[in-house]
Write a new protein. Structure first.
Length: 69
């Protein structure tokens, strides 16, 4: 029972800490080629190219690749 109590006990829930994100305007935008069957295309900005390729755009923000939405 203590396992279930620890799992569902609402008094021990973690608090989320707000993280300040840097301004995206200060970082360069780079092109990247992806396949049209890539699952993330529905949420990011992309330009269809010839065949089954699309051009997407990314930014390198603090050593993370962030897609342009």
């Amino acid at each position: 029972m203590s396992f279930l109590k620890n799992l569902f006990d609402s008094s021990k829930k973690e608090k989320k800490i707000a993280v300040e994100l840097p301004d995206k305007k200060n970082f360069k935008v780079f092109p990247r080629v992806k396949n049209q069957e890539w699952k993330g295309l529905s949420t990011i900005y992309h330009i269809p190219m010839g065949g089954d390729l699309v051009l997407v755009f990314v930014q390198d923000i603090d050593d993370r690749i962030v897609y342009v939405t």
